[in-house]
Design a protein around this ligand. Structure first.
Ligand SMILES: Cc1cc2nc3c(=O)[nH]c(=O)nc-3n(C[C@H](O)[C@H](O)[C@H](O)COP(=O)(O)O)c2cc1C
Length: 314
């Protein structure tokens, strides 16, 4: 592929970002994605500051290519997590779930590249005003935490591309060369891919969770907890209980009490498919194998190039 704004910004071979994912994207995955020519991201949200430091150090031993850290801004240890990243020389930050205004100036003062995740054009414009270098436009189909607007990737990308001047990275429902080509047709400069990378050899998702992803069909995921912490997940017993609470219009406090803490770890890292929270996107229905990152990226680029040639003039 030829270079573009995003490959130049991050000094990477392909305009593919391996999404930061709690409990799933540790040093092994981020380094493998970086070695495959993508931008690898550590999912810092689920890591204590000390654990984050050790993953950063481990990733440095596993790759010489650039990698970054994803930090959802809603966690209580965010200041310490940022301190650790800066002390360890991290230069690429993907932030989400909070205001881009709060931490971007400090990160820019340290010479970092900052990208913020958005789910609508208004928020994308706020990110641009806050001084970020690029935005992720994450559609309704995406796995994990999501916006409330229900804007699908197909309609979201062009709106955000029209709203801002900075490069747009498309996310949500992208898992192969075909969907990657579609995102580029809509004006994206790169793709951020979560679910597909969760189902790779190097992801730290529990084997039970990986097998559950492979068994998913069109009807297997749902965006739930829209009134509290909207998240797309695999339907299981935990999901059924939460949706029963939502159907009977339970107060948010009751929903959050039932959610408790540690649900995502229980599901995604420890493999409890009954009681755990299993974050995954609609695209799980198209995921049928567990490749290495190297084979996945190679296949995506080959498919992307083949797809481009198939588009004949009308
Ligand atoms: C298991 C899982 C965990 C995730 N954790 C995070 C996270 O910690 N921070 C974040 O910004 N996004 C998170 N996401 C969203 C991804 O970064 C990405 O934007 C999304 O997965 C893209 O959609 P896709 O799953 O269809 O590829 C997560 C997604 C998944 C599937």
């Amino acid at each position: 592929m030829t270079q573009n704004k995003i490959t130049e910004l991050f000094q990477i071979k392909y305009p593919i970002v391996q999404a930061g994912m709690v409990w799933v994207s540790g040093s092994k995955l981020a380094a493998a994605a970086a070695n495959a020519g993508a931008l690898g991201l550590l999912g810092g949200g689920s890591m204590s500051p000390d654990l984050l430091r050790s993953h950063i150090r481990a990733a440095k031993t596993l790759t010489k290519n650039p990698f970054g850290v994803n930090l959802p801004l809603l966690y209580s240890k965010i200041e310490e997590q940022i301190d650790v990243c800066l002390e360890e020389g991290i230069k690429i930050f993907f932030t989400s779930a909070g205001s881009p205004k709060k931490h971007t100036p400090r990160l820019k003062d340290h010479g970092c590249t900052v990208v913020h995740v958005t789910s609508n054009p208004d928020l994308a414009m706020k990110c641009e005003d806050a001084g970020v270098d690029a935005v992720v436009a994450e559609g309704f189909e995406a796995g994990g935490h999501n916006g409330r607007d229900e804007l699908t990737t197909m309609v979201l990308i062009p709106q955000i591309v029209n709203a801002v001047k900075i490069p747009v990275i498309a996310a949500g429902g992208i898992a192969d060369g075909q969907s990657m080509a579609a995102a580029f047709c809509l004006g994206a400069s790169a793709v951020q891919i979560g679910s597909r990378f969760a189902a790779t050899q190097e992801s730290s998702a529990h084997e039970n969770f990986k097998q559950a992803i492979l068994s998913a069909n069109y009807n297997s995921t749902m965006l739930c907890m829209k009134s509290t912490v909207p998240v797309r997940l695999l339907k299981n017993e935990f999901y059924v209980k939460i949706s029963e609470l939502e159907k009977k219009c339970a107060p948010n406090s009751e929903i959050l009490d039932y959610l408790g803490s540690g649900r995502a770890k229980k599901g995604m890292l420890e493999g409890n498919l009954v009681e755990g929270e299993l974050e995954i996107g609609q695209v799980a229905a198209l995921i049928k194998d567990l490749p290495t990152c190297h084979d996945l990226v190679k296949r995506m680029i080959e498919d992307y190039n083949a797809q481009r040639l198939k588009l004949s003039p009308l």
